[in-house]
Write a protein that binds this ligand. Structure first.
Ligand code: MG
Length: 458
């Protein structure tokens, strides 16, 4: 990405200001004085001169003098300018957000995507991720990832990729933190089981659509509106980050432009998610002694190449430390490939705007061809050797059994649902409300409810 000097950035910001204020004289002065200040005293002085001139002439002032006179606006304006200067032309600027379902006044120190991120962090559904299975249940060990720690790892990777590509890191962080809130207890098997149960009622369960229901309705925190009232782009990213939905099959999602690709900020979440869980599952599987180093090296040539280099570099180090060093480099290689392949793809297809991103027939954020193949090998290995391991399966089957029994129980006894859900069942089919309630449970709460209502083991 081409670097922009501070003075040049200032000029660009001023031009944007002109477009918004419609005052050409203002633009001329700020441009002129910015350049004059730069030639007289370096890059810092330019904006000061421009700001002073504009303030004296009574124009809306984008320069630092204004910030001294009005310190309340200093941080906000500086942050906005910083954000805008960093963004690539194909990024999603917060100023162009389609906004919230229920309009709210702006916050003095946080932009709308930062507020969305913070609303997600403070949501109950976010806190429940701590007690939801990623691969290993809590009974197995306290050291392994759960959905909350996995989510934080996805956020870390996503931020790195977004920053390198000039994307909106605030939007990316909000999307990464919310991307798994719709997952039911019992990991992917729990999701498959709920979907199977719903299909018996000619309905489906989809964790992305469930996440949308959570942030739109089930989170009850505000007196003025239901849900979290997130911006359009965060709601759109929740449903579109990992898959496309056919417009004909989902007329209720019409507002989310199902025939368009989501912004790059949403597209990257799915790949960051995959990198995060592949590396984490190798780590946890090795730590749990369900995967051996020799099995990993034999099955994954990419990991083996990196591990050989670590053996050369740290011949005296313990195996676990060499494994850690190799795994760290594996993740770095995948993330670097994601950044460079995406950047190359954007260049080859001459993508210069968000409009082009949305109109593109395929997703633009993806690994390169060779790394995609290596990543597929890694996924196949983890499915064959870890996800279907009998120790992992035993816990999973137990949770699936509880989901199945509780689903049948609540369907038969809807008055056993909490009042909020029972009231809702008067307006929507009972199977949908039972599904919503079970999907929101943590693994721990599922076992507890099962024990309480059906006398199962807790
Ligand atoms: Mg995930």
């Amino acid at each position: 990405m081409r670097r922009t000097s501070p003075v040049r950035s200032q000029v660009l910001v001023c031009r944007d200001e002109v477009r918004r204020t419609g005052c050409p004289l203002h633009g001329f002065l700020t441009n002129h004085y910015t350049r004059a200040g730069a030639s007289a005293g370096g890059s810092l002085l330019g904006p000061w001169v421009a700001g002073g001139a504009a303030a004296l002439l009574g124009f809306r002032n984008p320069g630092p003098l204004c910030y001294i006179r009005f310190p309340g606006g200093f941080l906000r304006k500086t942050m906005r300018r910083h954000d805008r200067c960093q963004l690539a032309p194909y990024a999603m600027p917060v100023e162009k957000s389609q906004g919230r379902r229920y309009p709210e006044p702006p916050h003095p120190y946080r932009n709308d995507y930062e507020r969305d991120r913070d609303r997600i962090v403070h949501a109950r559904a976010f806190r429940r991720l701590e007690n939801k299975t990623q691969v290993f249940t809590r009974r197995y060990s306290d050291h392994f990832r759960n959905r909350l720690t996995h989510t934080l790892e996805v956020a870390q990777i996503s931020r790195t990729v977004a920053k390198a590509l000039g994307l909106n890191t605030d939007l990316v962080e909000a999307l990464a933190l919310v991307h798994d809130v719709g997952h039911p207890p019992g990991g992917h098997s729990g999701e498959s089981e709920l979907d199977r149960l719903m299909r018996q009622h000619h309905d489906v369960f989809d964790h992305n659509l469930h996440a949308l229901r959570i942030v739109e309705f089930f989170e009850q925190k505000y007196a003025e509106f239901p849900g979290l009232n997130l911006t359009f782009e965060v709601r759109e990213g929740i449903i579109k980050h990992s898959r496309d939905y056919l417009p004909a099959a989902h007329p209720e999602l019409r507002e989310y432009r199902l025939d368009e690709r989501p912004p790059l900020e949403a597209q990257l979440i799915d790949v960051a998610d995959e990198i995060a869980y592949n590396c984490a599952d190798l780590d946890d599987g090795y730590e749990a002694k369900l995967l051996t180093l020799s099995a990993i090296r034999e099955s994954l040539p990419l990991f083996d190449r990196i591990y050989r280099a670590m053996e050369m570099k740290y011949p005296a180090a313990k195996e676990k430390l060499k494994f850690n060093e190799a795994l760290k480099r594996l993740m770095d290689k995948l993330v670097t490939d994601l950044i460079e392949s995406t950047r190359r793809r954007l260049g080859e297809r001459e993508i210069h705007s968000l409009h082009q991103v949305r109109a593109c027939r395929t997703r633009l954020v993806a690994l390169g061809r060779q790394t995609t193949e290596e990543n597929k090998t890694m996924k196949a290995f983890l499915y064959a050797r870890l996800y279907s391991h009998q120790n992992v399966n035993a816990e999973r089957k137990r949770l699936i059994g509880c989901i199945r029994s509780l689903f049948a129980y609540y369907l038969k006894h809807p008055r056993s649902l909490p009042a909020f859900y029972f009231d809702q069942s008067q307006h929507e089919p009972v199977h949908r409300i039972v599904c919503d309630y079970i999907a929101g449970m943590t693994d721990h709460y599922l076992l507890e409810q099962h024990g309480k209502l059906l006398g199962g083991e807790r």
